[in-house]
Design a protein. Structure first.
Length: 289
C-alpha cells in the first residue's frame, strides 16, 4: 500500500488516471455510447413491408421532420413551455432562496429546506395526479372559486395546466442551486453596495444577480432539460393537441416501431440543450464554477 502511495506521489498523472479511469470508462461506455447509438440510428430507415431496420446513411427521417408542420409545432410547443417553466421557477425560487439564506435563522432555515425537499420524497405520478384533480373542471380550484362566487376557469387538460404542473414539479431543482449561490455571496459585498448608496433592487441587479448566475444556470439546466424530455405529464394533464417531443418519440418506439424516426426526433432536444449551454457559457455563467 505504501509502495502504491509513493508511486502515486512520484507520478501524479498515473494517480489521476487510476482515480478517474473507471468513472471515465463508465461514462464513455454507457452515456456517450448511448448518445452515439442514438445519432447513428437516426440515419437508418425501416422497411415498409417487413418493418425491419435497414442500417445505412439517409436523411429521410430528418426530411420528414422538416416537411411536416405538425412536428415543428410540437417542437416549438415543447421548447416554449420548457422556457416558460424555467423563467417561472427562477422568479419563484429567488424569494424563497433569499429568505432561506439571508432572513431565516438556523431552525427556520432547516424547516424551509425540509419543506423544499419533501415533495421530492413523494411519487412523481402522485404529484401529477394531485394537480390533475386540482385543475380539473370539477376539481378543487373551481370548487374554491365557486365558494367565492367567482366563475370557473377552464385550464385543466391544456398547455396552461402543463405549465403550472411543470413549474411545481421542478421548482425544488431551481431553489436549491440558487440558495447555494446566494449563500456563497459574502455579506460584506452587500454592505459595501449599501454604503455606496445602492438601494435594494440595485444591489440585487448589480451584485447578487451576477454572482448567483452559475446557480441560476444550474437550476435552469435541470428545469429546462427535464421539461424538454418529459412525456408523462403531457399525457396526464395536457389535452388533445398538447403532445411534447417525448410523446412523439414514445409513440414511434412503442406503437409504430419506427425507431429511426424516434431517434431523429430525439436528437432535437440534444441540439437545443447544446445551444442553451453555449449561450450560458457566452454569458459567463460557468466562469465561477
Amino acid at each position: 500500500m505504501k509502495a502504491l502511495s509513493a508511486l502515486g506521489w512520484r507520478r501524479p498523472a498515473l494517480a489521476s488516471v487510476s482515480l478517474l479511469g473507471l468513472p471515465a470508462l463508465w461514462f464513455a461506455a454507457l452515456y456517450l455510447a448511448a448518445i452515439g447509438a442514438l445519432l447513428v440510428t437516426s440515419f437508418w430507415t425501416v422497411d415498409d413491408l417487413s418493418g425491419d431496420l435497414i442500417p445505412g446513411f439517409s436523411f429521410t427521417n430528418f426530411q420528414q421532420l422538416l416537411s411536416a408542420p405538425v412536428y415543428t409545432h410540437i417542437a416549438l410547443r415543447t421548447i416554449g413551455i420548457a422556457a416558460a417553466v424555467t423563467v417561472t421557477d427562477i422568479v419563484l425560487a429567488w424569494p424563497v432562496a433569499y429568505a432561506m439564506i439571508r432572513l431565516a435563522g438556523p431552525r427556520l432555515r432547516a424547516v424551509m429546506m425540509a419543506a423544499v425537499m419533501v415533495p421530492l420524497w413523494s411519487s412523481y405520478l402522485a404529484r401529477v395526479y394531485a394537480w390533475r384533480l386540482i385543475l380539473a373542471h370539477d376539481g378543487l380550484l373551481n370548487w374554491a372559486l365557486g365558494c367565492l362566487g367567482l366563475p370557473d376557469v377552464q385550464i385543466g387538460y391544456s398547455n396552461w395546466a402543463m405549465w403550472i404542473v411543470f413549474s411545481y414539479l421542478w421548482l425544488p431543482f431551481m431553489i436549491l442551486p440558487v440558495a447555494a449561490s446566494v449563500e456563497r455571496i459574502p455579506p460584506s459585498l452587500l454592505e459595501a453596495s449599501a454604503d455606496l448608496g445602492a438601494r435594494g433592487f440595485a444591489t440585487f441587479r448589480r451584485v447578487m444577480l451576477p454572482m448567483a448566475l452559475p446557480g441560476m444556470v444550474a437550476g435552469a439546466i435541470f428545469t429546462f432539460s427535464l421539461t424538454l424530455g418529459d412525456y408523462v405529464t403531457p399525457m396526464l394533464v395536457g389535452g388533445r393537441g398538447s403532445d411534447f417531443i417525448g410523446n412523439v418519440v414514445y409513440a414511434n418506439v412503442g406503437v409504430t416501431n419506427n425507431i429511426p424516426f424516434a431517434s431523429a426526433y430525439a436528437v432535437l432536444p440534444l441540439g437545443v440543450m447544446a445551444v442553451f449551454l453555449l449561450i450560458a457559457r457566452k454569458l459567463g455563467a460557468f466562469d465561477a464554477l
